[in-house]
Every structure is written in structure tokens, then in C-alpha cells.
Design a protein around this ligand. Sequence first.
Ligand code: ASP
Length: 209
Amino acid sequence: MTSAQATCLADALEAGYGILARGDPAQSAVKCTIGLLEQSGLFKLDRHRYTGVPHRLAYDQILTKQKCSTTKRHGTVGAVALDRFGTVAAGASTGGIESMLPGRVGDSPLIGCGVYADNQSGAVSMTGIGEGIIRLVIAKSICDRLGMGKSPAVAARQVLRMLEPRINGSAGALVLSPDGRFAIKHVTPHMAAGWWNGTGSPTVRGEFP
Ligand code: ASP
């Protein structure tokens, strides 16, 4: 390696490292480093060798891949519950979606988006593409409708219906009111879910029309 190449390589790596240190995605750091090396004209780079660089998909492509089913993702587990004292609770655990950028925060840990519970309105747990769920603050929006007297089925349907036309989103919801009424609704072809009312066997299905 010539000294010009060595200097150029050090500069390019330092620039990439600076991007990582700022907390930006690793892909941006790699792109920057490779870009600087290419611009220098001092290196012959074979793009086919960069197979380790994650391929970035457009949001629409990700949506199309994810939209087929809420069950094909990485192990979403959500639940809503009501105890004998009238206390409601909601929870969600997720592996996220495909093609996530490092550092992405989905809807599941965001109160009001992926989960919400309030004894005066109800409990909601969401699954689906977090970007859309966050933008419409879905869990809280459904609970607000429960608080205004809508049934879980109507509240869920009204809010989920806005997702597709407004932001091309896709999701499903578990909805429970403090008086024990319950609905599972989704705007995806499938959603594996079930319920149990405390006696007998639980019911589990893949679709909730
Ligand atoms: N809502 C999750 C996310 O976007 C995915 C899921 O578990 O349904 O991260």
C-alpha cells in the first residue's frame, strides 16, 4: 500500500467511525467509508464483495413484505387482562419487524402506541407495523373511544380502518373494556390470537373477522 492509500484509508475509516460514534446506523458509516475510498481513485473496489452491508429496502417494500400476516414476524406476544377488582392491564413483547435499522424503537414499548391500559377506559395491546401504529397513537385512540362508550369491536374497527387509507399501515389489536367486553380485530389477512374467560378451555384462532 502506498502512503497516499494509507492516509486515504485512515481518513475514510475515521469518517465512518465518526458516524458510528454519533449513534447513526452502521450502514451509513460503511457507505461513507466506501464512498470516500471510491472517490479517492486510489482503490479499485469490487462492490459485489460488500455482501455484509445490509440491503436497505424502501418503506413500501417492507410494508408489502410484512403486511401478509401479523404472525410471520419474530415472535410478537401481546396480552390484555382484567382482574376481579376491575383493574385492566396490557403488555407487549416483540422481536420487531424485518429490515429494521439499528436502534429502531417500535410501538411496543411506547405507552399509548403499542400498549395502553386505564381502568376508566380499557386495555389495548397492538401488533403490526410499528411506524404506522406510532403515528396514529393507536392504543390510546382505541381507549379514548372505549371511554366515550363505544364497544371494543367498534372502537378497534374505527381506529384500525384509518390505518390503511391514511398511512398504508397494517395492524391488529386486542381490546378489553373494564366491564369485561372483549374484541380482537385486525386489518391483516391473519392474526393468531386467543382468549380465556377463566373457565373451560381457551379459544385460539388465526383470523378474527
Ligand atoms: N409492532 C412491532 C414493531 O413494529 C412488531 C410486532 O411485534 O408486531 O416493532
